[in-house]
Design a protein around this ligand. Structure first.
Ligand code: PLP
Length: 440
């Protein structure tokens, strides 16, 4: 725990008046102060503790303050804190080699960015230059980041006030619980969602489409694990029309699903893969694009018209090397898979049995959504205000959740133990039993 001083918490809240916050009206300030962390726990300055089942922004896959990652950053800082991208740097090569070792065969190069949005931005640019085509197809239920093209590729409400980039078309992906296709089985949902995409491609003109951009498992949109056959079917449609497939692994990659990459669970090989978050658990901001040999070859002799001052920043690179090595040597990805199957799945299923306000729980690894409804028969979502009050009650009892619309996402670090999962679920049980949330 940090300096045991409630005064510092008050001081932090006072100084927050100078901070302009993301995605919010500025008259409302967050109230939760986080001063330090370790593993799955965080503390304020006064020593008040929270069990973090949000992984902050679903990114601290290795947990807070992993000692070997912290020392790697410290050692790199002593050697060289920054360097121009057009230089050769050992830490950068070591990071890139480790990343491609987790990609499918045929991926040998990594373009490093500052985070997830600019990874998506550059993947879109590569796809357009490689194909000579313009349009990018992505789903309504998606989040791809907050830069010019990434926010317009995003499907949710955040796209609408930001529609300045052109060439973006949206379609519906599979989501059986709220099917757009009147489907009643995963097979039917996959088949009908593919038929819908095929019609959108035909109607838009296949020769105008550079890429289909999909989160392998859509995250913020609700942890929508794709039904069997869907991703392979998308690949087939892309191949038929010379369209590239970009898989966005920013949230679902590097351990979150209990696999190194989420795409490892499917019979699909994309052309470009975007990553960020879990690659180094956000200890230093970084993201990137893993580039297939075919797309990379386009830029063998032709200049790639893109770059960033901090592409391959040494502190970020050192943190990637240490984070991936620790994940490997400590079996952290395997832990995510095992805890998901043995603790989270049964724990959340029991919670759903006990509380009718839960319409569905779904997920895999340490990547789960709890969907709240007013009525199980109509599946009407609870209002966002109900979720805000459930969240406040959880935070009050020492559990930090991730919320989105009518859902709470149960997304702890990949290092979480079965005891920590049980502890958090017991708090959920207490909060959900404390009132009738469907009517509250
Ligand atoms: N892509 C996906 C799937 C994401 O979940 C996010 C962020 O949540 C992004 C892209 C954007 O990443 P960043 O916030 O690092 O720019």
């Amino acid at each position: 725990p940090a300096d045991l001083s409630a005064d510092l918490d008050a001081r932090a809240r006072e100084l927050d008046a100078h901070v302009f916050h993301s995605w919010s009206a500025q008259a409302q300030h967050p109230s939760l102060v986080i001063a330090s962390g370790r593993g799955c726990r965080v503390w304020d300055h006064a020593g008040r503790e929270w069990l973090d089942v949000s992984s902050q922004m679903v990114n601290t896959n290795i947990g807070h303050q992993h000692p070997s990652v912290v020392s790697a950053i410290r050692e790199q800082a002593e050697l060289l804190t920054t360097v121009a991208p057009a230089t050769v740097n050992l830490a950068r090569g070591e990071a890139a080699r480790r990343i491609v070792s987790h990609a499918p065969a045929g991926f040998q190069k990594v373009f490093f960015t500052n985070g997830g949005a600019d990874a998506v931005e550059n993947a879109i640019r590569m796809a357009r230059l490689h194909t000579g085509r313009d349009k990018i197809l992505s789903t309504y239920r998606s989040y791809h980041g907050n830069t010019g093209a990434a926010i317009v590729a995003t499907g949710d409400w955040r796209r609408i006030p930001n529609e300045f980039a052109r060439g973006h078309v949206h379609f519906f992906g599979p989501y059986l619980y709220r099917s757009e296709f009147w489907a009643t089985s995963p097979e039917q949902e996959a088949e009908r969602a593919l038929r819908h995409l095929s019609r959108v491609i035909e109607a838009e003109g296949p020769a105008s489409i550079a890429a289909v951009l999909l989160e392998t498992v859509p995250g913020t949109a609700g942890i929508l694990v794709p039904p069997p056959g869907y991703l392979a079917g998308v690949r087939e449609l892309c191949d038929r029309h010379g369209i590239l497939l970009i898989l966005d692994e920013v949230m679902c990659g590097f351990g979150r699903t209990g696999r190194w990459l989420a795409l490892d669970g499917y019979d699909v090989r994309p052309d470009l893969i975007t990553f960020a978050k879990g690659v180094n658990s956000g200890y230093v901001p970084v993201g990137g694009v893993i580039v297939s040999e075919q797309v990379a070859a386009t830029f063998d002799e032709r200049v790639f018209p893109g770059g960033l001052t901090y592409s391959g920043h040494p502190l970020a690179m050192a943190s990637i090397v240490a984070a991936l090595d620790a994940m490997e040597s400590e079996g952290i990805v395997d832990n995510a898979r095992r805890i998901g199957a043995e603790a989270i799945a049964p724990g959340l299923a029991a919670l759903a049995d006990r509380h009718a306000v839960i319409g569905e729980v779904r997920g895999e690894g340490v990547f789960w959504a709890i969907e709240f409804v007013v009525d199980r028969a109509t599946r009407e979502p609870v209002p966002a205000s109900t979720i805000a009050r459930i969240k406040a009650a959880l935070v009050d009892r020492g559990v930090l959740p991730f919320t989105a619309e009518n859902r709470i996402h149960f997304v702890p670090p990949c290092i979480v133990t079965a005891e920590e999962v049980d502890e958090a679920i017991a708090v959920f049980d207490e909060v959900l039993g404390s009132t009738d949330w469907a009517r509250a």
